[in-house]
Design a protein around this ligand. Structure first.
Ligand code: NAP
Length: 359
């Protein structure tokens, strides 16, 4: 029964059982490395009904053309879908789904912890202890960190994750600036009220402010700049040498969005020349980070933190089969919504479809 076959490019755990329980026949790519483009193409050409993908799989127009008339849905395990040619999907009338919301808190909190690692030099402190270089307690030696309270945090891209990040930061006594494409004014007003309420509980603090600002102002005024935009033509290299030159020399950059939002060679140069104080990156232009990446420069180790695309990487968020908790559950649910829709025109039953124009 080819119409009930599903190809899954990566094992996403027990949530897949829900598909098997509904009578779908699963082919799960067994290796940790992604399948080749040819392997995905072959699966689609064989007439599968659904394709479950991750950010590692380039799903281009050849794949959608091959699936015309047979492939009913591409269900992406992730909120970002810059690996998928959504225009080609729409042209071929194939719905694409993603998994928003369930990874919002995990990613926002990771961005906050990255910021904490940079500000208080957690990695350097642990290395000092482990390498037996901590020889004496001293008020200033061997180094001090930077306090967050009283500083300004800039959020670029105030969507789901950007808002969650701003809310988490509001507990730290910081001013918050946001640059985003479509400012949500009621959210800004509510966040200001929350910051005011916090100040009442800790009256020794000055009033913290939230403001929507332009990109140059966000970069110029912030001590910490955190990126939360999707990757698209407009945001590719949004942070280039000019943007970095517009930041304070004592400022830090945090990127949990997508690697190509930052021009890595410009960042390398900016860190080398002290244009900014430091950066923490969870995502890279090429992933995994190549062995010869200039970002591995040992001279930058004291000011550049590198992580392995771990933003959404909690057990709950990555693996829960519950569609309201985990990406795995939500991804399976999104596929079933489309596969089992009684009437494809009833879009309300398919809230996770990105290219709603296909119906
Ligand atoms: P979202 O809700 O769509 O938020 C993105 C925000 O960025 C939106 O408010 C959007 O404005 C704004 N934006 C788009 N283009 C912009 C531009 N040129 N300048 C300024 N703002 C712009 O998405 P999300 O759920 O927060 O996720 C954001 C991204 O995080 C994802 O696309 C993904 O790439 C990344 N992510 C990474 C990890 C990780 O593990 N590191 C995990 C999850 C997500 P509009 O409202 O006008 O569109």
């Amino acid at each position: 029964m080819p119409e009930r076959r599903i190809f899954v490019t990566c094992d996403i755990g027990e949530a897949l059982q829900q598909l098997a329980d509904r009578g779908y026949w699963l082919q799960v790519h067994p290796q940790p490395e992604p399948p080749s483009h040819d392997r995905i193409l072959e699966a689609v050409r064989s007439g599968i009904a659904a394709l479950v993908t991750t950010i590692r799989d380039p799903i281009d127009s050849r794949i959608f053309e091959a699936g015309r008339g047979s492939l009913k849905v591409v269900s992406q395990y992730g909120v970002g879908y810059d690996n998928i040619d959504v225009k080609a999907a729409s042209r071929c009338r194939i719905p694409v789904t993603n998994t928003p919301d369930v990874l919002t808190d995990a990613t926002a909190e990771f961005a906050l912890f990255m910021l904490g690692d940079l500000a208080r030099k957690l990695y350097l402190s642990e290395r000092l202890v482990r390498e037996k270089r901590w020889t004496v307690w001293h008020p200033t030696l061997p180094f001090l960190g930077c306090e967050m309270a009283g500083k300004t945090v800039g959020v670029i891209g105030l969507g789901r994750i950007g808002k969650a990040f701003a809310l988490k930061c509001s507990g730290l006594g910081v001013d918050i600036l946001a640059h985003t494409r479509t400012p949500d004014r009621p959210f800004g007003e509510s966040l200001q009220k929350l910051m005011d309420a916090r100040q009442k509980l800790q009256s020794n603090r000055r009033r913290n402010r939230f403001r929507f600002v332009s990109l140059p102002e966000c970069l110029q005024q912030s001590d910490f700049v955190s990126l939360h935009v999707p990757l698209n033509a407009e945001t590719r290299h949004l942070i280039d040498s000019q943007a970095l030159a517009g930041m304070k020399p004592e400022a830090f950059l945090i990127n949990t969005s997508r690697g190509p939002v930052v021009d890595e060679s410009a960042l390398h140069q900016a860190l080398e020349q002290g244009v900014i104080a430091g950066a923490a990156l969870d995502v890279f232009e090429t992933e995994p980070l190549p062995d010869d990446s200039p970002l591995r420069d040992p001279d930058l180790e004291d000011r550049l933190r590198l992580y392995h695309h771990l933003g959404s990487g909690t057990v709950e968020t990555r693996l829960s089969p519950d569609p309201n908790i985990g990406m795995a559950g939500r991804c399976v649910q999104a596929a079933l919504d489309v596969l089992e829709a009684s009437d494809q025109a009833r879009l309300s039953q398919m809230p996770l479809v990105i290219n709603r124009e296909v119906f």
